[in-house]
Design a protein around this ligand. Structure first.
Ligand SMILES: *Cc1c(COP(=O)(O)O)cnc(C)c1O
Length: 449
């Protein structure tokens, strides 16, 4: 790219951004050919660029936006909160939004996970769950439990601790030497089914892999971390809810904690508020982030049980959980989360989403039976399928698809050859049809090119 010495005009966001902003998850050189989209505003499911072109945000801006951009109810709550309290430290102080949010979330787990610890992003929530698990065992006199178990293809964030329980080569490989090795067990991904096997059979087989490991090493293992129902970042790998029940039972039998990372799959994404509900279990730790603030502000939290909480409760400072982040429990973020939970209640969102998901599934039916489509799958408001292209061509496919989709007013970013839709919970019938038809058109365009 030509970098001129002339300062760009102030309206030239693209040039200025590429000079000074290092964009996430991006080989910056690709922006020599792939355009950067300067977003000026958002409204409902749509993002608008500086020229007024619109894009249907069919991936909820990296899975965070649940009720659309510039949602009037969340905006109003935030404006009200802004004039009351923008932030106060949460050590030694408390405030109404964090109390109400903790109570509401606790109630949603039937008070099984009644203690909420706050942070700002998903990876930090995962770090907290890992540290808390280890420390709880240590406080119980089981300091030898220092190892963690994750699933093949798992994704739990990209800080050093979270990356250690992440099994996505693209994110992990460069930093391998820095990471503490975790045990990687078989994924219950239903696509692993062998001839004659059901999804439940795959789940049982994957659970046996955990059992074998526990039989050998449970005395050294603090926790197993799972993405319940859908391993999103590896490519929307879906599994039978039975897996969750099986892992819960093994964790009970072998004295190992179960961490449910619901950062992507929580907040109604899979059809129930928490994905774990479909396995009819509660984990020892449940991580939430992404959608919890409606996609407005960075907020994450770890919910845990009375048993874990009690393991830290003592006169001794060092037995406490001395972890903190500057913005822990930020009132604005908590208020956005409360407004988000209020929408779930007021609009009976889970029921509305069942209707919405059925319509989208029906609209996608021609794609599901396309001869270049494999493994069309859906869970709640997640839809995915794999394109029949060579593995070697997967990256090119994904980049071409992204660009072609933008040309059709869609924001879609396939993961390798997996195309997925993770739309906000507000699409109307016209938007559902537009999304399905144009996804199909883009798919055909990319396969032809
Ligand atoms: C996005 C994600 C994370 C990490 O959250 P960040 O806010 O990006 O740090 C962790 N686990 C899962 C399952 C995720 O989808």
């Amino acid at each position: 790219m030509e970098v001129s010495n002339q300062p760009p005009p102030p309206s030239d966001w693209v040039t200025r951004s590429l000079r000074s902003v290092w964009h996430p998850c991006t080989q910056m050189q690709h922006h020599e050919t792939v355009p950067l989209i300067p977003v000026s505003h958002g409204r409902g499911a749509w993002l608008f660029d500086q020229e007024g072109k619109r894009y249907l945000d069919a991936i909820s801006s990296w899975w965070v936006n649940l009720f659309g951009h510039a949602n009037p109810r969340i905006n109003a709550a935030l404006k009200d909160q802004l004039d009351k309290l923008e932030h106060a430290m949460l050590a030694g102080f408390t405030h109404e939004p964090v109390i109400e949010l903790s109570e509401k979330l606790s109630a949603l787990t039937d008070h099984q996970l009644g203690h909420c610890f706050y942070a700002s992003d998903g990876a930090s929530a995962v770090e907290i769950a890992l540290k808390m698990s280890f420390h709880a065992w240590r406080n119980a006199g089981l300091g030898g439990k220092q190892e963690f178990v994750c699933l093949k293809g798992s994704y739990h964030g990209e800080t050093i601790g979270a990356l250690a329980v992440t099994d996505v080569a693209l994110f992990r490989d460069a930093y391998g030497p820095l990471l503490r090795q975790a045990h990687v067990v078989m994924s219950p991904d239903a696509r692993n089914a062998e001839a004659g096997e059901t999804e439940a059979d795959v789940a049982r087989r994957a659970a046996q892999d955990v059992e074998k490991l526990f039989e050998k090493r449970a005395g050294n293992i603090a926790a197993v971390i799972v993405e319940p129902l859908v391993q999103c970042a590896t490519g929307m790998a879906m599994h039978d809810p039975l897996y969750l029940a099986e892992v819960r039972a093994l964790c009970d039998r072998f004295q190992v904690h179960m961490i449910a990372d619901e950062i992507a799959v929580g907040c109604g994404r899979t059809g129930t508020f928490f994905a774990c509900e479909q396995g009819q279990i509660w984990p020892d730790f449940l991580c939430l982030s992404k959608g919890i603030s409606g996609g407005y502000l960075p907020l994450s939290l770890v919910m845990t049980s009375d048993a874990v909480y009690q393991a830290f409760y003592s006169e001794d400072v060092r037995r406490g959980f001395l972890h903190s982040h500057s913005y822990t429990g930020n009132p604005l973020a908590c208020r956005a989360a409360l407004a988000t939970l209020a929408i779930f209640e007021e609009d009976d969102v889970l029921a509305q989403n069942r209707v919405r998901a059925n319509k989208l599934r029906a609209a996608l039916a021609p794609l599901a039976t396309h001869d270049k489509v494999r493994h069309f799958r859906q869970r709640g408001m997640i839809f995915a399928f794999d394109a029949v292209v060579d593995d070697a061509a997967a990256t090119t496919f994904s980049r071409r698809f992204f660009s072609a989709a933008l040309g059709q007013e869609l924001l879609l970013r396939p993961i390798g050859k997996t195309v997925y839709l993770m739309p906000p919970y507000i699409l109307d019938d016209a938007e559902i049809d537009l999304l399905a038809q144009r996804t199909h058109a883009v798919f055909d365009m990319v396969l032809r090119s």
